[in-house]
Design a binder for this molecule. Structure first.
Ligand SMILES: *Cc1c(COP(=O)(O)O)cnc(C)c1O
Length: 369
């Protein structure tokens, strides 16, 4: 059987009774939309982050779209972000009619190079959008200082960093708002789509609640600013509530897999993930780097192991974003990385047997490429 880069089935077998009970609880509650599970999950997810508010939405992309709008980003504005990210980060900026402005990533950790951000700020910049990619936080202290200096809010893309920390502070608690995805593969995943925005700001919270509900004020049922239909489903909210209680355990399991990979591969010429001082990495993906990446992947095909590349095509090189005008060579680190990185299988219920299969196949292949 193929060793998959991600698989939810072992987790489902472990948690099946609880998941089925969550579904039954919702179906028997008499409230299929905006019931006790969404409210409960929102309270518990906000509390997990030490924040006042959390608003459940239908997916991570719309969490970003609604958060951008709630922070006041308007058509024609500019949003500073990175190209080494999942395309939805950039699609969300496009959806609100704003223009993404890319800075390159850091050579060591593949995250936003914060030292390049100030030069990217113009009078039209209305948001800084760092992506805590792979499960590790962008260097937030200097970004916060820039945001304060220029009076521009930070929106954190936390779709890959549930529970990650930097100097003790949890991902999502630094920005004016933070967007999460609960797509099944994510560190905290639903059994379908889901997302949330967290914030400490009561006005942002109120605006998010209107925007996800057609733009309607739920008390008066009138629309001032037309919004979206971006509700979090009650069933997924109840499943997420149960899984949130186990989140710290999932993080521990992922770190154990990462530590095992690191130990077993440290004497090879693979470049392993770099954990920056003060960071608690949650390893949404375990990204390794090698100049002969394509040869390695080809040789590994004989071993029936499926591997991913996050990401093979930087967003600025995609034809749908050609109009932004970032030609080849405009983001050199991002472009070089895209040719050299790949990701090993990683999920909290990944068995030691499968880890060992990956490790031994990689070690064999690395001897020959
Ligand atoms: C998954 C992801 C998203 C989008 O979330 P969806 O729930 O799939 O819409 C946005 N940003 C990043 C970095 C992601 O990994």
């Amino acid at each position: 059987m193929t060793t998959r880069v991600w698989d939810y089935l072992p987790e489902y077998e472990n948690e099946r009774e609880d998941i089925l009970d969550a579904v039954d609880t919702v179906f028997r509650s008499g409230q299929l939309v905006f019931g006790p599970s969404v409210r409960g999950f929102e309270e518990e997810f906000a509390a997990y982050h030490g924040l006042a508010h959390s608003v459940g939405v239908d997916n991570g992309t719309n969490a970003l779209v609604l958060a951008l709008r709630a922070l006041g980003v308007r058509p024609g504005d500019e949003v500073v972000t990175v190209s080494n990210t999942a395309a939805p980060t950039v699609i969300a900026i496009d959806q609100v009619g704003a223009t993404p402005v890319f800075v390159d990533v850091h050579e060591r950790n593949y995250l936003m190079d914060v030292s390049q951000v100030e030069a990217a700020i113009t009078p039209r910049t209305t948001c800084l959008l760092p992506v805590h990619l792979y499960g590790q936080c962008v260097d937030l202290a200097p970004l916060e200082a820039l945001a304060a200096k220029h009076g521009i809010p930070i929106l954190e893309d936390c779709a890959q960093s549930h529970g990650a920390r930097q100097n003790g502070r949890i991902a999502g608690a630094t920005g004016k708002a933070a967007a999460f995805s609960f797509y099944p593969t994510k560190v905290l995943g639903a059994y379908g789509d889901g997302g949330a925005v967290v914030t400490d700001d009561a006005d942002v919270d109120a605006e998010l609640r209107r925007l996800r509900y057609y733009g309607m004020d739920k008390q008066y049922y009138v629309v001032q600013t037309p919004g979206h239909n971006s509700r979090l489903d009650e069933v997924h909210a109840e499943i997420l509530r149960r899984k949130l209680r186990r989140l710290d355990g999932y993080l521990e399991a992922r770190r154990k897999v990462a530590a095992r990979y690191a130990e077993a591969l440290s004497d090879t010429d693979l470049i392993l993930p770099s954990v920056e001082p003060g960071n608690d990495h949650v390893y949404y993906v375990y990204v390794v780097r090698h100049p002969r990446r394509d040869a390695i992947l080809e040789a590994l095909q004989a071993y029936d192991i499926s591997l991913n590349i996050s990401y093979r095509w930087p967003v600025h090189t995609m034809s749908g974003f050609a109009h932004l005008g970032y030609g080849p060579g405009s983001l050199p680190v991002t472009e070089r990385l895209a040719d050299e990185i790949f990701s090993l299988p990683m999920y909290s219920s990944l068995s030691e047997d499968l880890q060992d299969k990956v490790i031994s196949a990689l070690r064999e292949v690395l001897r020959t490429v």
